[in-house]
Design a protein around this ligand. Structure first.
Ligand SMILES: CC(C)(COP(=O)(O)OP(=O)(O)OC[C@H]1O[C@@H](n2cnc3c(N)ncnc32)[C@H](O)[C@@H]1OP(=O)(O)O)[C@@H](O)C(=O)NCCC(=O)NCCS
Length: 168
């Protein structure tokens, strides 16, 4: 049973059973929240977003349109996911040799207040540090230290940012 909280879910979205959604969270059009997901308070989840099984999302997280948060990904408080950015959870995917189930999924942790720009790709198995800023379109393949600015493919550290994201 869904825990009954004061949140908003657009009628075009599907919420599986055993999902916990915090007060004040809004889920917009055509999104799907899968079994076991835990979403914190005051989050904004845009259009066409998929939250996978058992995914944990903190408070005040903003997920923009067309983002899938796959099982194995965790987002801490205040994380920002720009439109159409992409997470992964399998490093070496092969249709011929399926890797289905949590034991196959590499974990990705996005720490508090980190931002991921539009259309960036996060290759799984890494940690993105607090307040890091990932430039749009970057392909991130390695751990990102806190407050780092990453751009490019593969993503490289090109500087440091402050809490508001400005370069320092
Ligand atoms: C390309 C890939 C298969 C390489 O895996 P790997 O051989 O274990 O590679 P490593 O992590 O050891 O990285 C080796 C180098 O390639 C770079 N690299 C890895 N993946 C990259 C990518 N997708 N784009 C650009 N560079 C990449 C790394 O930065 C590293 O660079 P360096 O030698 O300068 O340090 C993997 O990183 C990948 O992209 N997998 C696809 C994930 C995916 O899309 N899954 C979909 C299902 S969820």
């Amino acid at each position: 049973m869904n825990k009954i909280n004061k949140f908003f879910i657009h009628k075009s979205s599907f919420i599986d059973e055993k999902v916990d959604i915090g007060d004040g969270t809004k889920i917009w059009h055509f999104s799907h929240i899968q079994n076991g997901a835990v979403i914190g308070k005051n989050c904004s989840i845009g259009q066409n977003v998929n939250i996978g099984n058992n995914v944990k999302i903190g408070n005040k997280v903003k997920i923009q349109n067309n983002v899938s948060i796959y099982e194995g990904v965790e987002l801490e408080d205040y994380v920002f996911c720009g439109p159409s950015m992409v997470f992964t959870n399998i490093k070496l995917p092969r249709s011929e040799f399926p890797q289905r189930g949590a034991r196959y999924y590499s974990k990705t942790l996005v720490k508090k207040s980190a931002s991921i720009g539009a259309n960036a790709t996060i290759v799984c198995g890494i940690t993105i540090g607090e307040y890091a800023m990932i430039g749009s379109g970057s392909v991130v393949t390695k751990d990102v230290p806190p407050y780092s600015l990453i751009i490019g493919n593969p993503g490289k550290i090109v500087g440091k940012v402050d809490k508001k994201g400005n370069r320092i």
